[in-house]
Design a protein around this ligand. Structure first.
Ligand SMILES: Cc1ncc(COP(=O)(O)O)c(C=O)c1O
Length: 367
């Protein structure tokens, strides 16, 4: 029996260990742990990478979303539209600002927020639309931009799963007023701990977030407003500077693995991921669908395959969000998906032989 994890961070580390170890030594020996040169360098490098004028490094993706929204002035009494089908942090970051998340169902084909269902959720209190490029696949940006323009709403990009993904040949990161990235270890660009970033073309917003992450300081011990410590660690920035050089190669390898899956799983009774028009998917996750989800998942695990579910309980059915007043049936597409999806192993170092093994195990299950 083969053992294929959902993500193999050790396989990645083996290929870049010399550079990573060198950067670890450099930071520890220099004692530059807080907002050092590597944070500044990463901010410069990542802004360029994400086709944005500015990047501000923060402590995680949730903070990137929260601080970006606070910098836009979003707070108590406001509503922000966000997909029901996402990781909880898309919604909880809205709640942290004091605003209310207003959920919208997802599309049947691509699992992203359904642009056709956004307008009916807009109220007088709506301040922004947050879209999430879920699983590494960009949303249909133009459609959502048109709605935001019509109602004069801010646009927020949750790009936490989509480093390097493109819409109309442009990388995600500057389609809205700001974008948030997470560098949680398992992401396409992951740190060796928590880290995140805000990207934007708005200088004032970048400056505001930069102060918000650092006690509201204009300069040392000169505090303009009350704020947090939500800084990116210099050590994580040093690791990210090494890894950023490999991101495009890794994303290409992910697409190759996805092609192996598409080729070898074709013909089996599962729904394969579909790619929307105008997008370049980066396959943070490779998600298939079947009505026999729970039994197939169990069979995969018994055969050494580390499959997962992203996500088994939609946000509106989480206990944490019972006060929003949604119920079973509020978002039928999201609910169906949550019962049927399986994320198969996906990481750049996977081989075709791994995919063939997974195909055999899935095939045996349906036979
Ligand atoms: C879609 C989405 N939004 C937000 C986040 C939050 O990022 P973090 O875990 O770095 O706070 C994540 C990460 O897990 C995510 O997948």
């Amino acid at each position: 029996m083969k053992n294929i994890p959902l993500v193999d961070l050790n396989a990645q580390y083996k290929n870049i260990s010399a550079e990573i170890n060198k950067s670890f030594k450099k930071i520890v020996e220099s004692s530059q742990f807080i907002l050092g040169e590597d944070v500044a360098l990463f901010e410069k490098n990542f802004a360029k990478y994400a086709d944005s004028n500015y990047t501000v490094g923060v402590d995680n993706g949730s903070s990137a979303l929260e601080l970006g929204m606070r910098a836009l002035g979003i707070g108590p009494g406001d509503e922000v539209i966000t997909p029901a089908n996402s990781f909880i942090a898309s919604s909880s970051s809205i709640s942290f600002t004091g605003a209310k998340p207003v959920l919208v169902d997802c599309e049947e084909d691509y699992y992203n927020i359904d642009p056709d269902k956004i307008e009916k959720s807009i109220s007088k209190k709506t301040k922004a639309i947050m879209f999430v490029h879920l699983y590494g696949q960009p949303v249909q940006v133009d459609k959502i931009k048109t709605i935001a323009k019509k109602y004069k709403l801010f646009l927020i990009e949750d790009a936490c799963q989509a480093h390097g993904a493109k819409y109309k040949r442009k990388r995600v990161g500057s389609f809205g007023n700001f974008a948030a990235f997470s560098f949680y270890p398992g992401k396409n660009l992951g740190a060796y701990g928590d880290a995140g970033a805000v990207t934007t073309n708005n200088k004032l917003l970048a400056e505001k977030v930069s102060m918000m992450r650092n006690y509201g300081q204009r300069k040392k011990y000169d505090h303009v407003f009350i704020a947090w410590n939500k800084r990116m660690d210099n050590l994580q920035a040093a690791f990210l500077n090494v890894k950023l050089n490999y991101l495009d190669d890794w994303n290409n390898s992910r697409r190759k693995v996805a092609m192996f899956y598409n080729k070898h799983l074709a013909g089996l009774p599962v729904i394969l991921p579909k790619v929307a028009p105008d997008v370049e998917h980066v396959y943070h996750l490779y998600v298939i669908r079947t009505k026999s989800r729970d039994k197939l998942l169990d069979h995969l695990h018994k055969n050494g395959i580390g499959a997962g579910i992203h996500y088994p309980i939609p946000i509106h059915l989480q206990k944490a969000y019972k006060d929003l007043g949604y119920k079973k049936g509020s978002f039928p597409v999201t609910e169906n998906i949550s019962r049927e999806i399986i994320s198969l192993p996906m990481y750049p170092e996977m081989k075709e032989a791994d995919v063939l093994y997974i195909k055999k195990v899935v095939g045996d299950f349906f036979n």
